[in-house]
Structures are given as C-alpha cells and as structure tokens.
Design a binder for this molecule. Structure first.
Ligand code: ASP
Length: 437
C-alpha cells in the first residue's frame, strides 16, 4: 500500500505539532509521501505564516523596509528548529528570500516560501528527500493548472523515490516563475501527489476528526460523517461546509483514490472517508446539512405565464446580461422566482429589474431579501421514503416558515429556503430530527 499524507497548517504550527506528525508518519510504513502546509496558527489569536509572508511582501513591493517582518517569520521557523533540536539552519534560504523580495519576485513566490521552508524542515526532521514542486507541478500561462505536464513529470520523479516531502500550495509556470493555487491549496497538491504515485489512499490531516454532519457553530458537537461520496461532498461544500479545498477532489477522483480526513491531535479517530461510491449506508438517512444566508428571491408574476413560450429564458437573460448567476428557480403556473446572492444582486438591481420589465412585461415583480438556503444532502434519501416529510414536520414543529423547496432530480439533496432569522433554528430542527443523540 502507498499512502500520501497531507498535513495542514495547524498540524505543523509548532515543534510539538511536528512531533505528532512524525509519530503519525512513522507509525505506518505505507505513509511515504508527505505534503506539508506552511505553519498555521498556534492558537486562535496567532497569525498564519502565509499571511505574514503576504504582509511582508507588500512592504517590499512598496519599497518599504521589510526586514523586521521577515525576521518575525524567521523566528517562527527558528522556534520549530530549536524545539526539535534540529541541526539545520535556514540562514541561506532567508538570505535568498530577502534578495528576491527586494527584487520584487512576486506575491505568489512570496507566499510559496511558507510551504517551501516548512517542507525543508520536515524533510530534515523525517530524513526524507525534499522535492521542490516548482520543478514538477506546472501551470499554464493563463494561470490554470497544467494537469498533463504535471502528471508526467511528477510521477516520473516520484517513481524513483521511496519517500519524499513535497511542499503544498505551489508550482511554477513553464518558465520557472512560481505560482500558487488559491488559499488552502495544499489540499490540491496532496491530491496531485496521490495520483502521481497511484496511492491507495490520500490522508488529509487537519485539526478536526472529519466532516461533521452540520456546522458546530450552530449545533453543539455534531456527529462526524463516516463516509461521504464526492457528489455529496460537492453539494455540501457548495453550501458552505469547509475543511477541504474544492479543487482537491478532481485529481484523486479521476484516479479512484479515496480521501480520508484525519485529526493530527486525535490520530486514532477514524475520520471521514470520501469515496466515489459506496454500499455503506449513511448512519442517519441524511449525510449532512449545510446552508448559507444572504439570498434574495425575485418573484415574477404574469397572468398566463404558462402559455408564453420562452418566458423563463427571457427572465434568465436579464440576469445573464448583468453577469449574475442564479441559484434556484422554483416556479408556479403564473409565477416564477429566481434566487440569487443578495450582495451580487444589490449592485445590479435596477438594471436587472428594468431588463425584466422590458423583456418579459410581467404583471408584478416582488423582491424578498434576507433569505437563507439549507441543503439537506444524502445518498440515503433515494432508497428511503418520508425524508421530505420528516424535514417539513421538524420545521413545522420549530415554527419555521418554508419559503422554497427544491429537490434535485438526483434525489441527492433537498434545498429549503427560509428567512435568514430562522436559519439556525431550522438547521438545528432538521439535525435533531435525523440524528440520534
Ligand atoms: N498556506 C496556504 C494557505 O494558508 C496553503 C494551505 O495551507 O493549504 O492558504
């Protein structure tokens, strides 16, 4: 078996965390390829090294003195070196970084140094070889990930190595200029490395014991999801459930490699498995509940709308022309509602409304704001009747008025619109209806 292990910033924020990481890696000989993030927060008031680097580089770019800011970053690494009694120094690396910052080497280069330096330390600490992703992970000139070149070069490189540390978050353009993924992008690197070595498992180590059935800020101590499919995960992350970078799914998904989300601080917890398909039934019919506030519904009414061919297209045209994407579009015989993000809509409101009037000539347009959407997601719904009834009963008992219902044709999710003020009550009610305490 081959496992690729990615450790997030909080898992590598201090010498103490480095020790846990080493124990985890050495406890399983299959854990051979390691992808580290930059040091994250040691406690809630701390600053991530990546953010320190962005700030430090902003000074350099403005021609201001950045030496103190860089010294603070160096101190973060020195604390780890001292805490682990390592003999390595990062003096020459920091000299190079100072020169490159002064020469304005670019924001991406600056941010990537967090992972580069942490990878250097981790490789020394584990006695593994260091592989610089700037030479093996590539981007196209337009900034998109160059899948083919990367797969070819990275798999050839790693095929010759039994163990390696490959820092997360960055790669380079063909000409060698460093380019990062978006924030949280070390998850993507882990996935790319897992595919390159044809791993049996991609372990993503973080500071939670997997995906939770719902947001712990709303429901206290929610249960952990044992197994989730990629499609369910996509539905939940779209609705705001964080933990894994969305783009991290694609490389491993195409290669059929499962992901296991694990907790560095509680390594014996099973965590969550993310898989393409499974015969394992979700524990509670539903797999997860996620949601977001900040939606607006534009409700359009027109007598005999049902007979007017092209009406829906014309309504959507008004949104498209203004560059606004819509979330949902429930309809009645003579009514049609379009759900959009409130903040995006507000900016273009008058021009959209004017265009709907012009194109569709409706009897009335009414706008409802401060709505929240809740996605109840679960592959188990397909084979179980009564899920919707259970949700609606729970909302009724919690005195929540339902503003919209939308069930996708995949029967993988039910989306419910409620007033923002009812959001937390609704999520809690649905959670309690399905999850046994
Ligand atoms: N260090 C980067 C960030 O803070 C990338 C990562 O941690 O995945 O976004």
């Amino acid at each position: 078996m081959v496992k690729v292990v990615k450790f997030g910033g909080s898992s590598l924020a201090s010498a103490e965390q480095f020790r846990k990481v080493k124990d985890i890696i050495l406890s399983d000989p299959d854990r051979r390829y390691v992808v580290p993030s930059a040091p994250g927060k040691r406690d809630s008031s701390d600053t991530k090294v990546t953010d320190m680097l962005y700030r430090c580089y902003a000074l350099a770019e403005n021609g201001e003195d950045f030496s103190e800011a860089l010294a603070q970053i160096k101190a973060r690494y020195q604390e780890i070196i001292d805490g682990l009694s390592l003999t390595v120094t990062l003096d020459s690396q920091f000299e190079t970084i100072a020169k490159d910052f002064a020469a304005k080497a670019g924001k991406d280069y600056a941010a990537s140094r967090g992972e580069f330096l942490n990878g250097t330390l981790l490789a020394a600490y584990l006695g593994f070889e260091f592989v610089d992703p700037a030479q093996y992970i590539f981007f196209h000139e337009d900034g998109t990930f160059d899948d083919r070149t990367t797969q070819k070069k990275l798999s050839a490189k790693l095929a010759g190595m039994t163990h390696a540390v490959v820092p997360g978050f960055y790669g380079a353009y063909a000409d060698g200029r460093v380019k990062t993924f978006s924030r949280g992008g070390s998850d993507i690197t882990g996935s790319i490395v897992a595919r390159a070595v044809q791993a049996n498992l991609y372990e993503n180590w973080t500071d939670v014991s997997g995906f939770l059935v719902t947001d712990p800020r709303i429901v206290e101590n929610p249960k952990v999801i044992e197994t989730i499919t990629y499609r369910e995960l996509r539905e939940l992350s779209y609705m705001g459930a964080g933990v894994l970078h969305e783009d991290a799914i694609f490389p491993v998904r195409t290669a059929g490699i499962p992901i296991n989300i694990k907790n560095t601080n509680r390594p014996s917890d099973e965590g969550t498995f993310i898989v393409e398909n499974t015969s394992r039934k979700p524990a509670y019919t539903i797999t997860g509940i996620a949601g977001k506030k900040g939606f607006t519904a534009i409700n359009i009414e027109k007598d005999m709308m049902n007979t007017e061919i092209g009406f829906g297209r014309k309504v959507l045209q008004a949104f498209e022309d203004n560059g606004i994407s819509f979330e949902h579009m429930p309809s009645g015989i003579d009514t049609l509602s379009v759900f959009v993000h409130q903040s995006e809509f507000e900016e273009k409101e008058q021009s959209i409304l004017a265009e709907i009037h012009k194109l569709c000539n409706p009897d009335s347009i009414e706008i409802s704001t401060d709505l929240a959407l809740i996605a109840v997601v679960g592959r188990g719904m397909k084979s179980n009747h009564g899920t919707a009834a259970k949700i609606f009963r729970a909302l009724d008992q919690a005195d929540v008025n339902i503003r919209m219902i939308d069930q996708g044709s995949s029967e993988l999710n039910i989306i419910i619109g409620v007033a923002s003020k009812d959001f937390e009550t609704a999520v809690t009610a649905i959670y309690n209806a399905f999850v046994q305490k």
